[in-house]
Design a protein. Sequence first.
Length: 148
Amino acid sequence: MKKTIFIASALFMLTWGSCSNHDNSVPSSPDQVEQNVQNGAWIITDFNDSGKDETAHFTGYAFTFGTDGTLTASNGSSSYSGNWSVTDSNSSDDNPDDMHFNIIFNLSNNFEDLNDDWHILTQSETKIELIDISGGNGGTDYLTFELN
């Protein structure tokens, strides 16, 4: 009986230890995501708008996420300003554990397509993958930033 209890305890400790969250791909808090994106310039490596690849619209632009919530996209000759934030959830229909990456450009060009409260799929110090499922047409959009 003692041997069975020992084995069960050992298996529990091994299982419990292997479940600790050392994987940075899943954000643990808005603060963690904010700190990561504020560390340099980022580029869009994927922007898929309801099945249509529109990544090329943002080629050459570097995005900087300011500590004051400002967002700047610049390609050396053109620069656009917006705002950004990370929130735990923004509506009652969301899972309370959802984190949103909010982007707002008050523009009427391609940058307007980035405006949304994106759900964070994965994030690390060098990459953040976002998704949005449209309530209007039901399309799914994907947006990926990578550290430049």
